[in-house]
Each structure stands twice: as structure tokens, then as C-alpha cells.
Ligand binder design. Structure first.
Ligand code: HEC
Ligand code: HEC
Length: 304
């Protein structure tokens, strides 16, 4: 079709044939997602200096890597943890139920700086932990399950994904993002107000009894927030202020037109009240808790 005919057809369909249709412009075209970027920083003489730019990679770029298959396996394990590792996951939650969107989003428990951050001093363990131990900590607490083989291909694949997400930023440098929203821990929680807000903002997806929902294929659609199928009291998410920070930037989903998953709208006080309410509902115990914070300094929202 030559250009003139195409243009006349377009005009016709706008003003002639299509009379009555008002939306006839190019704005309806789908736009390409803009890449998300963050500064890379390094400490020089006690000051933060910008040394580069980090671009959050798209999963399609995984194929360029020599170990693409391993990275993709890691990505699947993090997203479909329950289905792929039923012997190690005791609840109905996947890693990426909390590390939202493949761990690619600031303030939503991202894995972006993770590969570079370990080994790291962990106050809860009272010693330095490496990434393998950190991941197995999440299996025992957030997943209420059992550690996976530290040398196994699953562990290697998850770490390969986290390394890929780090995009070669060298140790000593850091992508300038926060892992969690800095919630004000001086706010005093009101769980009664929290329950009312939970029922209004959260129950539609997570259930009035926090039980969550599966879709007809058995896939976890909305993960449980309490009860036997949720994370145990040893999880970071069981602590009021950690949960509140997550809610503030990650939940409720699907209520706004902007944001990656339409999330947002809670005030800090709302987040703290809701978090206090849902974290303190019945949930599995964590026997290993006796070894936590061996050197004291237990945070005030620890559950034991
Ligand atoms: C119930 C929510 C939840 C689930 C499920 C969960 N995590 Fe986490 N994870 C967190 C939170 C919150 C943190 C932040 C650290 C903290 O506890 O203070 C974290 C921290 C981490 C870290 C440390 C990140 C860093 O850069 O220091 C790693 C690694 C990690 N999780 C991996 C996993 C893996 C792998 C799984 C699945 C086996 C998993 N998590 C499941 C909530 C969760
Ligand atoms: C429109 C549905 C929807 C609403 C409303 C919603 N969530 Fe979620 N929530 C989800 C989904 C889906 C996930 C898993 C994240 C993913 O898979 O990307 C999730 C994950 C979570 C998690 C981490 C996983 C777990 O099981 O612990 C917590 C905590 C949470 N939501 C709390 C809340 C709270 C509290 C509210 C109300 C303020 C809320 N959510 C509102 C859909 C929703």
C-alpha cells in the first residue's frame, strides 16, 4: 500500500467510516518499558562518589550469558520455589513473593547488591555469614522449611541469578538503592486500627484469615500472611517494622495506576498498624530461635 492511500484510509477511518469513534490517535500505541537506572557509588576519602550507572537488566538479556541455563534455572527457583523444591519449603510462599519482581526493585527486598554484600556480619547470627548461609536462613525462616544442599545445583543456580543481577559491579562499589523503605521505628503500633485497615485494604487478596489463595492450577496467587502455611516467627517479615517497611512500598497491590504493580497509598502509621496486626497472628514457631542474637542487642520488634 502506498503512503498516500494509507494516509487517506487513516483519515477516512478517523473522520468518515469511524465517525463516532473518538479515540483515533497514536497515543494508544504500546510504549516500550523504559530501562530503570540507578547510580553506582563508591566511598572515596569518606565520601560517596558516583562512579557509574547501573541499568536493571531484562530477563531477555540472560541469553547472552555463557551460563544462561543456570541463571534461568535460578530465576525459576526463586519464582516457583514451592513447586520446584517441595521438600525444602514448608509454607505456601515463594522467594519472590517477598523479593518482588525478581528482586529487581529498590525498597522491595531486591537482590541487586546481594552478590557483592557477602560475607557480611549478621547481628542475629552473632557472626559473619556467607551468601549460602543467608539463603538457607530464608529457607528455614521465611519458607518455614529445610536448608538446601550448600553445594547443590539449586544453590549454585540461585546465586548465579543474583550474580547476573549484580551486572558485574565490582566489590567495593554499590548500586545506590535502599533494600527497604526507612520506616520510623518510633511510631507506636495500634493493632485494632491495623485490623480494620487490613480488612479494608488486604483481605480481598490475602483472605480475611490471612490464608491466601491459589488459582485453579494450584499456583500460589496470593501468599498466606499467617497460619500454618505462612512464614514462621523467626522470619524478618514476622517483625513489625520490617513488615511495615515492606508494606509501605510494596502493598497493597493493584490499587493505583502508577507504580510497577499499582501499589501504594499507605501512610507510615497505617503500615505499622497493619504490620503489627498481621505479624502477631498465629504462625509456626521456629525452634532455632534459641540461638539468635547471642551477643544481645535484640531489636524491640523481635518475636521472642
Ligand atoms: C516472607 C518474606 C520472604 C521470603 C518468602 C523470602 N525472603 Fe529473603 N528476605 C526477606 C526480607 C524481609 C529480607 C531483608 C533482610 C532482613 O531480614 O532483615 C530478606 C533478605 C534476603 C537476603 C539478603 C539480601 C541482602 O542483600 O542482604 C537473601 C539473599 C534472601 N533474602 C534470599 C531469599 C531466598 C533465596 C528466598 C527463598 C528461598 C527468600 N529470601 C525468601 C523476606 C523474605
Ligand atoms: C491485589 C492483591 C493484593 C492486595 C490488595 C494486597 N496484596 Fe500482598 N501480595 C499480593 C501478591 C500477589 C503477593 C506476592 C508478590 C508477587 O508474587 O509478586 C503479595 C505479597 C505480600 C507479602 C509477602 C508474602 C507473604 O506471604 O508474607 C505480604 C507480607 C503482603 N503481601 C501483605 C499485604 C498487606 C498487609 C496488604 C494490605 C495492606 C496487602 N498485602 C495487599 C497481592 C496483594
Amino acid at each position: 500500500m502506498n503512503k498516500r492511500i494509507r494516509t487517506s484510509l487513516l483519515i477516512l477511518s478517523c473522520f468518515g467510516v469511524g465517525a463516532g469513534l473518538t479515540a483515533c490517535n497514536d497515543d494508544t500505541k504500546l510504549t516500550e518499558a523504559k530501562p530503570v537506572q540507578h547510580p553506582i557509588i563508591e566511598m572515596k576519602d569518606g565520601k560517596k562518589v558516583k562512579v557509574g550507572v547501573y541499568t536493571v537488566p531484562q530477563d531477555t538479556e540472560i541469553d547472552k550469558e555463557p551460563n544462561a541455563e543456570e541463571i534461568r534455572y535460578g530465576a525459576r527457583l526463586l519464582t516457583e520455589t514451592k513447586r520446584l523444591l517441595p521438600d525444602n519449603v514448608g509454607d505456601d510462599i515463594n522467594c519472590n513473593s517477598c523479593h518482588i519482581s525478581g528482586g529487581k526493585v529498590a525498597e522491595a527486598a531486591p537482590y541487586i547488591n546481594t552478590y557483592n554484600s557477602y560475607p557480611m556480619m549478621n547481628p542475629r547470627a552473632g557472626r559473619e555469614v556467607n551468601l549460602v548461609q543467608r539463603i538457607n536462613g530464608c529457607f528455614q525462616r521465611s519458607m518455614n522449611g529445610k536448608p538446601i544442599d550448600p553445594e547443590g545445583k539449586e544453590m549454585k543456580a540461585m546465586i548465579a541469578y543474583m550474580k547476573w543481577l549484580g551486572q558485574g559491579v565490582p566489590k567495593g562499589q554499590k548500586v545506590a538503592i535502599k533494600n527497604a523503605y526507612p520506616i520510623d521505628t518510633k511510631l507506636v503500633a495500634d493493632p485494632v486500627r491495623g485490623q480494620a485497615l487490613y480488612e479494608k485494604n488486604c483481605a480481598v487478596c490475602h483472605g480475611i484469615n490471612g490464608e491466601g489463595k491459589r488459582d485453579s492450577t494450584g499456583t500460589i496467587a496470593f501468599p498466606p500472611l499467617w497460619g500454618d502455611h505462612s512464614f514462621n516467627i523467626g522470619a524478618g517479615m514476622a517483625r513489625t517494622y520490617k513488615a511495615a517497611a515492606f508494606l509501605k512500598t510494596g502493598m497493597p497491590m493493584g490499587v493505583k495506576h502508577d507504580g510497577l504493580w499499582g501499589q501504594g497509598g499507605l501512610s507510615d502509621q497505617d503500615a505499622v498498624d497493619i504490620a503489627e496486626y498481621f505479624t502477631h497472628q498465629p504462625r509456626p514457631d521456629f525452634p532455632g530461635k534459641v540461638n539468635d542474637w547471642p551477643n544481645g542487642k535484640k531489636p524491640k520488634d523481635a518475636r521472642y
